[in-house]
Design a protein around this ligand. Structure first.
Ligand SMILES: Nc1ncnc2c1ncn2[C@@H]1O[C@H](COP(=O)(O)OP(=O)(O)OP(=O)(O)O)[C@@H](O)[C@H]1O
Length: 887
């Protein structure tokens, strides 16, 4: 993991990208959603499309694929009865040409004045001959009166005493050059014929097939005779096998109708393709937002800023993370589009243009997401915002894609505001662009006919020309081209990225300190001083103490630093004031300082301003007044310098739950790396050992106990050899043995650096070199533990245990030392004569030793069963000071 010395920005890019990679690798569900969203979304579409498309394209033919043999009348076929009579009739109009209704017509070739006359009687004679039928019995003219109802003639004629015909033939003259004949045959008649019923076709008793075969024989005979007459010679008309028509069954008919309806639905489904593209492209941003909010909400953002991470690098790395995911997403869409059915728009679109459109959308949507995530700190609000935006986007895509032909209306003068909003918001803008692409590339759904906006949409492919240029029939010159829409989209992405960065600096929130809204015009912002002890911009090294405040320690603390000794001080806080939202100051005119090589402990009840003081030093908040110098650098104006020399453990643990302790330490090492040649593995290993986490170094932090997580937080503060280590309640939640160990560690580290810590454990505070007690934002006592004990001491406490308190009391009173009896209480009441504790307060050690000598030389000293002596503790000092100030 060693990397060579690189410019600072790269130092930060690398570990932050590495962190994003680890988050991606370890957060499997989120990563799977991000990777699979486009695939799942498009697969759902393709499944719907393919199943509908299959139905729509099912070829339902009314013709069987079976091939029937042509059949002539079977040998020996003879009409057994009148049922097989073939009736014929000729059109009267034509017939008159030849006279007496016996002719079938004639054609007059007006150019050559050749008159062709067809003799119907002759043709029927030849037909009868070729079929081996007899004129007069098998082939007869149809009586005129039946001609009006031909079906009855073949089906029912027999019941009326009229001969039932097997077939009837009608000849018509359509025009001067065409003769039409109509052959009606009786499909059921052959059943009664033993000759016919004996024949089955492919195992089926399909009489109608045989009937067709006979009818076909008649047809062939007629047409052969016609041709022979026209050709004026005999024609041998051979007939080949061919597909014969079968009767269309009802369910097939239904399917045919359904398939037509389905084709319409498929058209509509194609109009929905962009919704699935939108879903695939936009859904990952929801999980992206939740990951980011998880990090910012857990104060990690503030922690990284404290560790010196540049805002610009931090935002860019998140953007790169989003864009890499989006690139994958876009490639997936294009590959699926080129390889699977139903996404015609992909290959109909100029690939470079499609790629650019989708990537610009990605840039904008992720910039928007980053912008919004600056305001959101909880997962719940991120979900609400995501669902709202997503729904708005989905609705827009639905409207724009189903009615893309009508979208120019939104940009007409009356609706301009809608057009402007549509253009500004990335969801709606992409909906418009996708709608435009759809309009050009997809088949028109039937409802497009309802609108005529003048937009030309007849192109097949979405080319570069279409991208840059729209054609209009009407007054829609305000309708932006796709190029214009994409430019607006890019612009809104850039603006939201800038706002994300700007507001992050200007608005004081959970993420960090507040800059002046005009900070961009401040020269110092662009060229911050990196000079150590640059005191020109500091009003005075002397702190201001209220005239009413006569406490010598506090006055001394405000005035101890001067130009000569300032370099001895690792920390100088002067007149620090911080008030949140204009309320009572959380820190109120604090003056505090400490040399290197010390442990400075801040004590105070809850809400006394300890953490706020630390926040001012670690750029998590900006003081309203005053300043803090950390190793000679101004914590507020030279934060990039101070962040390199501060190691910080926040009050509440901030970790990436899925990363291990080793990964945390490695990332923080790379961020804070001051010596690039130092081996990272050695440093990480050494800190893991120091905080006793070697055995679980590779487990995710979410599996750690509270104490282990706390130790990791302390370890993170030690990374990079900081000159000042700030620990906000470092031992909270750590068991006694590890607590002692951590304290040993803290003490071992103080040699060449300052350790500033807060604690609520007075026992731990005893280890400090200097203690500052705060109350309601003000310093109320300061000094070394011994100094404080001496100053605020109640002296020593002598406890005497006896069964005869009167005798012992008299014995003490008989001395000349006059100790004060502070308490008398029963210590053990189980015996018949209870033990009584007499507690005396004595001011100094000399008096204690003289009194003890007096008592143990006294004859009644045997009455003292037990005794103990306690010195003053920091707890006593604290309890003495705090109630006093609370009053
Ligand atoms: N971000 C904030 N916004 C508004 N008020 C705040 C904020 N942070 C702290 N305060 C207020 O400032 C005061 C000092 O709080 P601070 O956290 O500095 O105290 P503390 O001494 O560290 O307390 P504790 O021992 O409980 O950690 C409190 O009244 C607190 O309510």
């Amino acid at each position: 993991m060693n990397i060579k010395n690189k410019p600072l920005w790269f130092n930060q890019f690398y570990p932050l990208l590495y962190k994003q990679f680890l988050l991606f690798k370890t957060n499997r569900i989120i990563s799977a959603i991000r990777l699979l969203s486009p695939i799942i979304s498009l697969l759902i579409y393709i499944l719907i499309f393919v199943s509908l498309d299959k139905k729509a394209n099912t070829v339902i033919t009314p013709y069987s694929t079976e091939s029937y043999p042509s059949e002539s009348f079977p040998t020996g076929f003879k009409s057994p009865c009148c049922s097989y009579v073939i009736g014929y009739s000729f059109d009267q109009g034509l017939g008159r040409v030849h006279g007496n209704g016996k002719g079938i017509g004639g054609v007059v070739d007006s150019d050559h004045l050749n008159k062709l006359v067809l003799d119907g009687e002759l043709i029927m004679q030849r037909v009868a001959n070729s079929l081996d039928l007899t004129i007069g019995t098998d082939v007869v003219p149809v009586p005129l009166e039946f001609r009006t109802n031909q079906t009855d003639l073949v089906e029912k004629g027999g019941s009326n005493g009229v001969p039932t015909y097997f077939a009837t033939l009608y000849f018509y003259r359509l025009n001067d050059s065409m003769i039409f004949y109509n052959l009606l045959y009786n499909g059921t008649s052959p059943r009664t014929n033993p000759l016919v019923t004996a024949i089955s076709y492919h195992g089926e008793n399909r009489m109608e097939i045989k009937a067709i075969a006979y009818a076909t024989s008649i047809q062939i005979a007629i047409e052969r005779e016609f041709l022979s007459v026209f050709a004026k010679q005999d024609v041998d008309l051979s007939v080949n096998s061919r597909k014969a028509p079968t009767i269309l069954s009802w369910d097939k008919l239904q399917k045919t109708v359904q398939s037509k309806v389905t084709s319409e639905v498929v058209q509509s489904v194609k109009a929905l393709v962009m919704i699935f593209v939108f879903l695939g492209q936009t859904f990952p941003t929801i999980v992206f937002l939740s990951t980011r909010v998880e990090e910012t909400g857990s104060n990690m953002r503030a922690y990284l800023r404290t560790s010196g991470v540049y805002d610009e690098v931090y935002i860019l790395v998140w953007l790169i993370d989003g864009m890499i995911g989006h690139l994958w997403n876009t490639l997936v869409i294009m590959v699926i589009g080129y390889t699977c059915p139903g996404l015609d728009f992909v290959y109909k679109c100029n690939p470079l243009i499609l790629f650019s459109v989708l990537m610009v959308y990605g840039f904008t949507i992720y910039s928007f997401t980053l912008f919004f995530s600056s305001f959101i700190s909880t997962l719940k609000s991120s979900v609400i915002l995501s669902v709202l935006s997503f729904t708005l986007g989905l609705f827009s895509v639905l409207v724009f894609c189903l009615f893309s032909i009508a979208s120019p209306i939104l940009y007409m003068p009356g609706f301009r505001i809608v057009g402007i909003v549509t253009t500004i918001l990335p969801f709606t803008n992409i909906a418009k662009v996708l709608g435009d692409i759809q309009l050009i590339t997809a088949p028109m759904p039937f409802w497009y006919g309802l609108f005529d906006t003048g937009l030309k949409y007849h192109q097949e492919n979405f080319t570069a020309r279409t991208f840059f240029h729209w054609e209009y029939d009407g007054d829609f010159s305000d309708y932006p081209t796709c190029f214009e829409s994409i430019c607006f989209m890019l612009l809104s992405g850039l603006v939201s990225l800038f706002l994300c960065w700007y507001l992050d600096k200007v608005v004081e929130g959970a993420h960090g300190g507040k800059q002046s809204p005009l900070f961009l015009f401040d020269k110092k912002y662009w060229k911050p001083s990196t000079k150590e002890y640059d005191l020109e911009n500091i009003s005075s090294l002397r702190g201001t103490v209220a005239d009413s405040h006569q406490d010598p320690d506090i006055v001394q603390e405000a005035t101890n630093v001067n130009l000569d000794n300032i370099k001895n001080y690792a920390l100088v806080i002067r007149n620090l004031v911080k008030s949140y939202n204009g309320k009572t100051p959380a820190v109120d005119g604090l003056n505090l300082s400490s040399e290197k090589g010390k442990i400075l402990c801040l004590l105070g009840p809850n809400g006394s301003g300890k953490t706020t003081t630390i926040n001012c030093l670690t750029q998590q908040t900006t003081p309203n007044l005053g300043y803090a110098l950390v190793c000679g650098y101004n914590a507020h104006t030279q934060s990039q310098c101070t962040s390199k020399i501060i190691g910080y453990t926040p009050q509440f643990d901030v970790h990436w739950p899925h990363l291990s302790a080793r990964q945390h330490l490695a990332i923080m090492y790379l961020i804070k790396r001051t010596n690039p040649l130092l081996a990272i593995d050695d440093e990480v290993e050494s800190i893991l050992k120091d905080i006793r986490l070697t055995s679980v170094a590779d487990n995710p932090v979410c599996t750690y106990s509270g104490g282990m997580a706390r130790r990791l937080s302390v370890g993170l503060a030690l990374i990079g050899n900081p000159k000042i280590i700030i620990l906000d309640e470092p031992t909270t939640g750590i068991d006694s043995s590890n607590r002692q160990y951590i304290w040993r560690l803290i003490k071992s580290m103080k040699s060449d650096r300052l350790i500033l810590l807060t604690t609520h454990s007075m026992e731990e505070a005893e280890n400090a070199d200097k203690i500052a007690i705060m109350q309601t934002g003000k310093l109320i006592a300061v000094g070394t533990p011994i100094h404080l004990k001496t100053r605020y001491s109640k002296g020593y406490t002598l406890k005497l245990v006896t069964k005869d308190p009167v005798t012992v009391g008299n014995m003490v009173n008989s001395s000349t030392f006059n100790p004060t009896l502070t308490e008398e209480k029963v210590s053990n009441s189980t015996h018949t004569t209870p033990d009584i504790e007499l507690i005396y307060s004595i001011e100094n050690m000399d008096t204690v030793s003289n009194l003890l000598q007096y008592l143990f030389e006294h004859p009644d000293s045997t009455q003292i069963q037990e005794w103990s002596l306690d010195g003053t503790k920091i707890l006593d000092v604290y309890l003495k000071l705090i109630p006093k100030h609370q009053k």
